[in-house]
Design a protein around this ligand. Sequence first.
Ligand SMILES: [Zn+2]
Length: 155
Amino acid sequence: MHCPFCRHPDSRVIDSRTSDDGLSIRRRRQCPECGGRFTTTETASLNVIKRSGVMEPFSRDKVISGVRKACQGRPVTEGDLAVLAQKVEEAVRQTGVSQLDANEIGLAILGPLRDLDEVAYLRFASVYQAFDSLEDFESAISDLRADHVKAPQAE
Ligand SMILES: [Zn+2]
């Protein structure tokens, strides 16, 4: 990494810390040539291959805009959406892949969205999994019901 001040081709790391979400590392660096200090952020690259075949960097904003419509009229806040997008990113990064297709992002969204709001989840799943009959809705709903029985809400 070149020094941004004098372009010296080397720098010394004087401090490293992991971001709160654990997804990136910030390094404080010092140039041995001019003494200038600067910070770099390291994040493992993660790319999404869109249906069109175009590859673009994973973006939490895209996740949020993808689920926002399903959450319309539901008691879901911007903060909830930000947490959801973070969970999706963590889940995807945990798989250790550096690229994945848009479909897999959709799959990774289903779990956290289901925990967040079941109506939004059904809406999203119906589009994403292309529900084309009442039976598809019925089986998704009976899955949700079965989970309620297994994991009753704490009083
Ligand atoms: Zn320098």
